[in-house]
Write a protein that binds this ligand. Structure first.
Ligand SMILES: C[S@@+](CC[C@H](N)C(=O)[O-])C[C@H]1O[C@@H](n2cnc3c(N)ncnc32)[C@H](O)[C@@H]1O
Length: 335
């Protein structure tokens, strides 16, 4: 982490207040200078990187990581989404994109983002403009922008999301942002395949009547240095952020026709509730979201693993008897 001087903590605190401000009140550009971008990139953006890393690893594990020659990171900030995407491609041994567009209403953010992205994707042509109307967008990346959009920004983004062949959109895992994201997922999904987190391309089960109080969210693992380094401890203390818990929400859409839902395959939402001798899980599949019980005596290792929700970025094949899961195993690749 870059060294943060005493007088700079207040800059991060002001950013945090801005991020926590209610919807609709965050419409002005706040990237005043390169140093603020640098401070953000070393702290908040790293936390966002852990979420992207979890999302992209899940998509890769499921054989669904979108490949792209042209990418647009919209509302890019310091381009942490594009950088994490390039890192995931590298881990998968896949070809890097040829052209990456970085777009943000802030000129300072775009310039900083281009510099950082060039460090990890030196071969790519990096453009700090939106792609022209006839330019193909293979993949649109969107990260942590929903809380800041005015109507014009939202319309522009949705138009791009309809135009892009694939979309990966990651947001914080709090209830209101996640519920907005779930609505967008249902608006954008018809006629396309949902790559994740869902196991199906039908309507989101939590958008069914009666589920208004629930929201689709997951937990990412923080980087190990968070637990050993004094600067992260200081960041956590000053900014009042619990770095052990990294909730996020996301959806990923592909271009092709919807893939058929796999029978008996679920994605577990949120955090399993561990009770004596069993765990309760929120299991999502094409039929909706239901609460199921997994008994320790039926699946000891898996129930033990539920203690760490960051390990749940995968799908499971199950058999059930009423609300009891009889068998559960991780489902294999190539869904
Ligand atoms: C919380 S930051 C997230 C930045 C980055 N995507 C990330 O995940 O670290 C939100 C970003 O959205 C940008 N933004 C907000 N409204 C926008 C709009 N209408 N058009 C383009 N960018 C916008 C802001 O300038 C800011 O960089």
């Amino acid at each position: 982490m870059t060294q943060i001087l005493e007088g700079e903590w207040s800059r991060l605190e002001q950013l945090r207040e801005r991020f926590l401000a209610p919807f609709g009140s965050r419409t002005a550009d706040y990237w005043s200078d390169e140093r603020l971008c640098e401070l953000y990139d070393a702290t908040f953006a790293q936390r966002i990187a852990w979420k992207w890393s979890a999302v992209l690893a899940e998509l890769a594990r499921r054989g669904r990581l979108p490949r792209a020659e042209s990418v647009l990171d919209w509302g890019c900030g310091t381009a942490i989404a594009a950088r994490e995407y390039c890192a995931a491609l590298g881990s998968a041994g896949a070809a890097m994109p040829q052209r990456i567009h970085l777009w943000d209403r802030s000129r300072a953010a775009r310039a900083f983002a281009a510099k950082k992205l060039h460090e990890v994707a030196p071969q790519a042509s990096i453009e700090t403009e939106l792609p022209g109307p006839s330019t193909t967008i293979d993949l649109l990346l969107v990260s942590h922008v929903l809380g800041e959009l005015d109507e014009q920004g939202r319309n522009q983004l949705l138009e791009l999301a309809r135009r892009a062949r694939a979309v990966v959109w990651v947001e914080p895992g709090d209830s209101s942002i996640s519920r907005s994201l779930m609505e967008l997922r249902d608006q954008l999904a018809p006629g396309r395949s949902v790559l994740g987190p869902c196991t199906h391309s039908a309507t989101c089960g939590l958008n069914q009547p009666g589920r208004e109080r629930d929201w689709c969210h997951f937990f990412a693992a923080s980087a190990p240095e968070v637990f050993t380094r004094a600067d992260w401890r200081e960041f956590s203390r000053r900014l009042k952020i619990d770095l052990r818990s990294v909730p996020y929400a996301y959806f990923a859409l592909g271009g092709g026709a919807p893939v058929a839902a796999q029978p008996d395959t679920i994605r577990i939402l949120g955090r399993p509730r561990l009770e004596k001798g069993h765990a309760k899980i929120d299991a999502c599949d094409a039929t909706g979201v239901r609460v199921l019980r997994v008994l320790e005596r039926d699946a000891k290792a898996i129930v033990k693993g539920f203690a760490d929700p960051a390990g749940l970025g995968r799908t499971y094949r199950i058999t059930t008897e009423k609300d009891r899961v009889r068998t559960i195993e991780e489902s294999q690749l190539s869904e």
